[in-house]
Design a protein around this ligand. Sequence first.
Ligand code: NAD
Length: 361
Amino acid sequence: MAAEYVNVPAPALEAVVTKIFGAAGCDGAESTRISTHLLGANLAGHDSHGVARVPRYVEWLESGFVLKGQTAEIITDGGCFALLDGKFGFGQTVAPQAVELGIARALQHGIAVVGLRNAGHIGRVGEYSEKAIAAGLISVHFVNVAGSVLVAPFGGVERRFSTAPFSVGVPLPGRPLILDFATSLVAEGKVLVASNGGKELPHDALIEPDGRLSADPHTLYGDYPQIGPRNPSNGKGAIRAFGEHKGSGLAFMCEMLAGALTGGGTSGPVEARGRIANGMLSFYVSPAHFGTQAEFEATGRAYVDWVMETAPADPASPVLAPGDKEAQTRADRLANGVPLQPDTWESILQVARRLGVPTNG
Ligand code: NAD
């Protein structure tokens, strides 16, 4: 790993983050859930959704933007379908509650559909697919960020969508598949990283009001100091949806299903709602109930193997299945530590010091 990164062993990172949330007022179980989830995103290689979020999460807790110790409330319960309200609790608390309910109901009925609204930031959505996989279930998750408009629809130059992630998990024995991505061409966290002098954005990640494509973070943040917060509402441009009209259409559906159907609200029009929140509509299917489990597993596994045998365009980059990259990164980072940008690590240590959490740094 390049010398400009600080390499922190995963257990040490998890321990300090757990203590930070404990010192900020969360109980032990919630502190552990948050730290395990954030560390899990780093281990999967999704640093934009990892421990870099600690300072912002603590600020959200302190300002009452996100609430500790919440239990998602069941609004509707139809057996194989349910709607939950997360009451602005930590996403790492209320999203697992929704997922556990969906898993239990799918194991009972064969299928389940569970909506969750008003959840604090639920983080890396792939983790919820992984939970369903661990129970032997296929799952599909449409997610939006109510009140957060950052992404221009295909053909447009104005913001309309949130970064609206989408995930599918498939439980093939020994070879799980986990598709998990934002429907924006880049996650906002990646624009933030680029604005701090980190990895540059793809040339077409952003769009200016006049339709010019841009890789310049100023398109999203407007003017900003070299060090200090960035505010997306200061920029005039937008992030582009990925995959032209197809990705844009998927983002549209995330807003419809996770935002409009759950009652949590869509990305906009921007109202005086005061806080942003994740919504999620999840579908769970039990292959065991479906009656084709043996064929599904044999056919699915043979298909994965065949796809993986595709001759690569670049011999140094073999074809990967959804979830492979994360699994490889996880193995590497568990063995060798989590590389953090120095500013990220320092900002975590600052929060720790402010809250009286002992650190070695
Ligand atoms: P990304 O662009 O890195 O795409 C990740 C997906 O692509 C994974 O399924 C991965 O296995 C697959 N993939 C990566 N390289 C591959 C290759 N070479 N061949 C085949 N497949 C490959 O992800 P992203 O869009 O940057 O999203 C990052 C994370 O941000 C996700 O975990 C997402 O859930 C999360 N997110 C959360 C929110 C929220 O509001 N909670 C919003 C946006 C994004």
